[in-house]
Ligand binder design. Sequence first.
Ligand code: DHB
Ligand code: FE
Length: 312
Amino acid sequence: MTVKIFNRPDIQDFLKVLSGLDQNGGNPRVKQIIHRIVSDLFKAIDDLDITPDEYRTGIAWLNELGAAGQAGLISPGLGLDHFLDERLDAIDEALGIKNETPRTIEGPLYVAGAPESKGFARLDDGTDADGHPLIMHGTVYGSDGKPAAGAKVEVWHCDTRGFYSHFDPTGKQAPFNMRRTIITDENGRYKFRSIVPHGYGVPPGSPTEKLLSALGRHGQRPAHIHFFVSAEGHRKLTTQINIAGDPLINDDFAYATREGLVPDLVERTDEASIKANGLAGPFAEITFDIRLTALVNGVDNQVNAQRKRAAA
Ligand code: DHB
Ligand code: FE
C-alpha cells in the first residue's frame, strides 16, 4: 500500500519549522536551501516509498563517505561538478562571453602552494620509473588576443599508477611531485617537462566506488592534466586536458572531457628535438594554447574561492 503525506498541511508546516523559517536568527540563504533540499527529500521518500531500512543504509553510507573524506570524490561522479560547469557556460552565453578554452571541473585533488618558476618547470622528480617523458607547452592569450606575459599557470597531475602527491595511498611521492606553478614568459609562454600521466581510479573498496558499483558504473578517469590559469584583468580559468588516445576519453566517470580539451600528443623520436629538450630518448609533446576571458565589470563574476587546501 502506498501512502502520500508530502502535501499534508502539517507536513508543509513541519518543513518550514525544521528549516528555521519561523525563526529570526540564522542565515536566510541556508534556510532557503535547506528548506528546498529537505522538501525534495521528503517528496522522494513519499514518491518512491523509500523504506526506513533504505534510508538508514543511505545514512550509514554518508557517514562512511565523510569518514573517508570523499564527498568531493563522489560529487564529480554524480555529475554535479559538470552540471555546475554547464550552468557557468549558460551564464556566460547569456552575457555574450565566449570561452575559447573551455572550462572543466577542478576535481578534488588540487593542493595550494606548489613551487613557482618562470617560463619553465619540471613537474616530476624522476622517481616514476614507468614514466614516459612529456613536454607540454603553449601560449596564454589575454582577452585582447595578445600573449599574456606574467600569467600564472598552475598545473597538477597524477603518476603512472594514477596517484596524486599528497593523496598517494602508498605514501611514496614527495610533496608537490607533479604540481607546479609556472609564470608565463615575456611572450606569454609556459613550458613544462613531466611524464605522461596514466588514468585515475577512485580508491578500490571506498564508499565512492561502492555507490558507483551499485549504479553499474566504474570510477575511472582517462589520463588528464589539471590547470588553473590566471592573469591580471582576467577571470581565472579552471580546466583540464585529456591525453589523446586514452580509451576512456568518452567514458570519464567524472564527466570532465570536453571538445577542445583533447590536444594532439605527438611522439618525438628525432635526435634534434630530444637534445633540444635535454632528454635521453623519445618523448611525447603536447602543444596547448590557453585563451582567457576578461573580468566582467572589473570583477571575476565566477570566482572560485572553493578550496584553499594547504600543503599536508
Ligand atoms: C576525481 C579525481 C580526479 O583526479 C579528478 O580530476 C576528478 C575527480 C574524483 O575522485 O572524484
Ligand atoms: Fe584529476
